[in-house]
Design a protein around this ligand. Sequence first.
Ligand code: SF4
Ligand code: SF4
Length: 344
Amino acid sequence: MEQYLILFKNDFDDFVERLAKIQKLVAPVKRGSKSFAFDEVTAAEDVSLNYIPTILPPKKYFMPQNETIVEYEKKQNKWEAILYSEAITLFGVHTCDLAGIQCLNLVFSDRPNDVHYIIRKKRILIIGLECNDYCDEYATCGLMDNHNANGGYDLLMTELEDRFVIHVNTVDGEELMGKLAMVKPADAESMTMLNKMRNKKREVFQPEIDIERKELKPLFEESFQAEVWDSIHEKCLSCGNCTNVCPTCYCYDVEDEIDLDFNKGKMVRKWDSCQSRPFAMISGGENFRPERGGRQRHRYMRKFNYPFEKYNRYFCTGCGRCSRTCMAKINLKETIETLIEEKK
Ligand code: SF4
Ligand code: SF4
C-alpha cells in the first residue's frame, strides 16, 4: 500500500459509516456553541471536523476517570487484576493531542510498566487530523512545535479543498485502509496541494510567546522564587479543572470500595489533582505544598522543567485547555510572559 492515500470529500460519509461498522468509532462531536467532546459516532453528520480542543482530551480512553484495577474477596484470599480493553478507532485527533498521548505513552511504559494503560492503548487505533490553522487564541502549539504531527498516530488525515490526504504510519493503519477498500494512492496533484498547505502553515504558526522553546526549561528552573506565583496564589481556586483537562496530567489515587460485608471489594483508580490541598499531605498532617501558588508552580514545573530532565521532552502540548477552562482566568501564555519580564 502507498504511504500517502487520498479520500475525496464526497466519499467522507461512506468512509465514516464503514469505519463505524468495523469497531467502535469515537470522534469530536459538538456539545455547545464552543465546546466539543470525544464521543461515539456512527455517521459523518455527528462528526465535527472543525473543532477547538475537546473539553477532556482523548486520555479518557487510555486512563478512564474511574477504572477498576483489582477485584477481591478477602475471606477466600481471592485477588484478580482487572485488565479491560476495548477496540476503538479514535478519529480526528489534533496534532497537540497526538503529542499528549505520546507523553502518556512514555510515562506508562516507564518502569514499572502500567499494564492497564498498555493493554488499553494496544487496542486503540488513532486517526489524527492535521491542524491547518489555529483553534483559538489560547493555543501555544506553535511555540511547542505541536502544530505539526510528530508521530503518535496510525493514520493522519490532512484536509485539502475537495479531498483528504492520508498518511499511513503503521501496519494497523494500513490494514484498516485495506478493509475499507475505498481510498486511492495519492497522485502528484494531491502531494503538491499538501506541500503548498504545509508551506503556508509555516507562516500561520509562529511562536506565540517571545521565547525560544529551548529557553523554557532554564526559565522555569530559575523561577522558583518568582513573584508570579504569589499573584497566581491570590487568584487560583484550587478547583483542579486545569489538571483534569490537561492531556499530559496523569496523577491518580487508588481507592478501596468495599461491600458492607467487609469481604468483597474492588480497588478503583481515580484521577487526582496536584491542585487539591490534600494531594501532597503526608501522615502527621504535614503538607509539602499547602499554598495554592506553590501548587500552581508545581503544575508548571511538571510541564516545563521536571519531564525535560526525565524524558527530554516538554509535557505541555500547547493545547490551551488549562487557560480556556480556568474560572480564575489564569492563563498559561500570560504566566510565561510574566516570568520572562521578571527575569529581565
Ligand atoms: S488554575 Fe484555574 S483551573 Fe487550575 S486549579 Fe486554579 S482556578 Fe482551577
Ligand atoms: S499545561 Fe495547559 S496548554 Fe499545556 S498541555 Fe496542559 S492543558 Fe494544554
